[in-house]
Write a protein that binds this ligand. Structure first.
Ligand SMILES: Nc1ncnc2c1ncn2[C@@H]1O[C@H](COP(=O)(O)OP(=O)(O)OP(=O)(O)O)[C@@H](O)[C@H]1O
Ligand SMILES: [Mg+2]
Length: 242
């Protein structure tokens, strides 16, 4: 067990279901999940087991029907919408499974959004966004529109946007799904570096066993619950390599 002061994220007894009656789907069932300060934890499990739903709960975009959600000592389940919005702006970076780039903005403008929302000036926001775009290998593509980019390039824009304001809680849903092995490893190096502070935490959902080695721990999910937590991820990767 982690001591309370080591904990970055904790859900207890969280229930989420969608719909009602015959069409009711239970996505999370009394879900207990803990992420520590300064760690990069991965969440793995079969399609439909509730991974994205759990990410939405700890990001404060879905409110559970039961249970508690604590992020850096703050109870999200007790916040109203206004408080949740303020919380997300200050604390959260989110790389969506579907990228969610804004098509009418240029690449660099997409990355600037979280900084502008935080009140950073336009010139400074652009300067910082160009630096991170170069880090993710997109120098020269800044002023084009996202839909002119390949899937992997769009994914890197989404990652740059989530990282640019160095959020305390970074949540990534399949961040390397469209990336080759080397690009995926470079991105994960950046993401891991961000996690290395007691004021930070990174949660990554992935099916990509090639990046398991970047995890401090791996939580396995099954039917809406965490079924097992692996403390030594290298053992999982070696199983996949045979
Ligand atoms: N908005 C929604 N309305 C209805 N059902 C939903 C909704 N979101 C998720 N579900 C259902 O909840 C369950 C968990 O979905 P979730 O998206 O969390 O799975 P996942 O583990 O992220 O899967 P994948 O690996 O395919 O992304 C699924 O049965 C899904 O159909
Ligand atoms: Mg998902």
């Amino acid at each position: 067990m982690s001591a309370a002061h080591d904990i970055a994220v904790r859900t207890q007894g969280v229930d989420i279901s969608f719909g009602s009656g015959e069409t009711k789907v239970t996505a999370l069932q009394q879900t207990e999940f803990t992420a520590r300060r300064g760690e990069l934890i991965m969440l793995v499990g079969p399609s439909g087991c509730g991974k994205t739903t759990l990410l939405s709960v700890i990001a404060g975009t879905l409110t559970p029907q039961a249970g508690t959600v604590e992020v850096f000592g703050q109870r999200l389940d007790k916040m109203n919408q206004e408080q949740l919005t303020a919380f997300r702006r200050k604390h959260l970076g989110f790389v969506f499974q579907s990228f969610n780039l804004i098509p009418t903005l240029s690449v660099v403008e997409n990355v600037m959004v979280p900084l502008l929302i935080q009140g950073v000036g336009h010139a400074e926001a652009r300067r910082r966004s160009l630096i991170i775009l170069e880090k993710v290998g997109l120098k020269g593509r800044e002023d084009g529109k996202p839909n002119a980019l390949s899937g992997g390039q769009q994914q890197r824009v989404a990652i740059a946007r989530a990282l640019v304001h160095e959020p305390p809680l970074l949540i990534c849903d399949e961040p390397t799904s469209a990336l080759d092995k080397d690009t995926g490893a470079q991105i994960m190096e950046m993401v891991r570096e961000l996690s290395r502070s007691p004021d930070r935490c990174v949660v990554v959902v992935t099916h990509d066993f090639r990046i398991f080695r970047f995890a401090d721990r791996i939580a396995e999910m099954e039917d809406g619950r965490i079924s097992r937590v692996v403390d030594d991820p290298s053992t999982i990767e070696s199983q996949h390599h045979g």
